[in-house]
Design a protein around this ligand. Structure first.
Ligand code: BTN
Length: 240
């Protein structure tokens, strides 16, 4: 575990270490990120010591890496449950929600060498000790922190220890090819339940249908009158 006070993004630092040959399991945690990244090119506001910002270097031996990000979401969910006793829900693919508000997010970035991944960077951000005013205007209504939920200062080091253990556990499951265990656990903790009506935004076009669960690779299945459509997180801009 490398610890830094400040960096652009722990995913950048982890990638740099991976390129230099860092072994699987190497992690980087920062107190602050000056250019924290979210999915879809969004920013991840990373105020000093308010949030937990950590990235892991993984070196899976299979080209099929899409379940790593779901396993990462399950790992963070489990760590938050163990550290704080909170039963959070997953919003596909891997946001963690508390009463519909976002508590944590995951940014998984993969570099391929030919057909095989050279490394995967699993970046995790958890809102820890933010007060409502600490969130920027544009996300204040949709974000939440552990402190807002529990009314207590959250212990960053304790949660980090749990995250390390949980990531190890869920990633080992992935490496053993236990996809079904990952998908079943995901189903159990998913905010969306099979049969729910959903709308997804794909390149500004809304598509309506019924949530039909996930396929073996973790893609979302949307059922409408024309059949069942398999949608990847790259295709979906937003789940409304
Ligand atoms: C999202 O939900 O949009 C993903 C957010 C991921 C944020 C974490 S914080 C640690 C790591 N470094 C980054 O720049 N992003 C991830």
């Amino acid at each position: 575990m490398h610890r830094v006070e400040r960096c652009t993004s722990t995913n950048d630092l982890a990638r740099q270490l991976a390129r230099e040959g860092a072994p699987e399991g190497t992690a980087v945690a920062a107190e602050e990120q000056t250019a924290g990244r979210g999915t879809k090119g969004r920013r991840w506001y990373s105020t000093r010591k308010k949030g937990l910002y950590v990235s892991f270097v993984l070196r899976p031996k299979t080209p099929e890496v899409s379940l790593i990000s779901l396993a990462g979401g399950l790992a963070v969910r489990q760590a938050i449950d163990k550290a704080c006793g909170l039963d959070t829900e997953l919003r596909w693919p891997n946001d963690l929600l508390w009463e519909g508000k976002k508590l944590a997010g995951i940014l998984c970035e993969t570099s391929f060498l030919g057909n095989l991944p050279e490394y995967v960077i699993l970046g995790i951000g958890v809102n820890m000790n933010h007060e409502e005013d600490d969130f920027p205007d544009d996300i204040r209504d949709i974000a939440i922190s552990l402190k807002i939920i529990t009314q207590r200062t959250a212990d960053l080091e304790e949660l980090l220890r749990h995250i390390v253990v949980s990531v190890d556990e869920w990633y080992k499951l992935f490496c053993r090819g236990e996809s079904q265990a990952i998908l079943s656990a995901y189903d159990e903790h998913s905010a969306l339940k099979k049969g729910d009506e959903i709308t997804v935004l794909m390149n500004d076009k809304p598509a309506h249908g019924i949530y039909h669960g996930l396929d073996p690779r973790g893609a979302l299945l949307l059922k409408d009158e024309s059949g069942i459509h398999r949608l990847t997180s790259a295709e979906i801009v937003k789940l409304l």
